[in-house]
Design a protein around this ligand. Sequence first.
Ligand code: E4P
Length: 217
Amino acid sequence: MKFFVDTAEIDAIAELNALGMVDGVTTNPSLILKSGRDILEVTKEICDLVDGPVSAEVVATEADAMIAEGRKLAEIAENITVKLPLTWDGLKACKTLSGEGKMVNVTLCFSANQALLAAKAGATFISPFIGRLDDINLDGMDLIADIRTIYDNYGFDTQILAASIRTVNHAFESARIGADVMTAPPSVIKAMVKHPLTDKGLEQFMSDWAKTGQSIL
Ligand code: E4P
């Protein structure tokens, strides 16, 4: 499973990248706002830091304007993935930009039918939003599983990018179902290391080791 980091914070990306945990990055207008940075500048910095796909989202809502913004974003670096919303205009832009050989991430996906349309329009990635479905008392993991089944039924090569991941269980379930990629905030990726029995076991080992009076170095 590939790990994308869902942030525009350079320091957080660099920390995880140094551990080989970053296969790509996703941003959106809200994350750009949170970073306090200029979109073109910060996106360029991220692309310089990370080898994999870096999603940068258009903000136009009409297809021709989306295409123009997508082309401009794609000029930032070769690893830019143009992120487009799952609307009819977004699908038109997806068809055009993917036809030009650009990577496209179709975002704000909340149904399997939407994911099917995005695959047919040539999306490189589809981003189903797990957490936001959970927020309205639906099961976001069901959507990941349904898209996996449909894409496998027909051999679509659009990659399922599990998004809006809020918990370590979202990460685990996405991997178990077979999402190709997950994008998660740095805090969730770091929380995946945590287990109370690891902490307890380490405490015991340290305590027993101290009693031996030995040292390794
Ligand atoms: C990623 O591409 C999405 O923009 C992101 O995962 C949304 O997450 P949120 O629902 O926690 O804002």
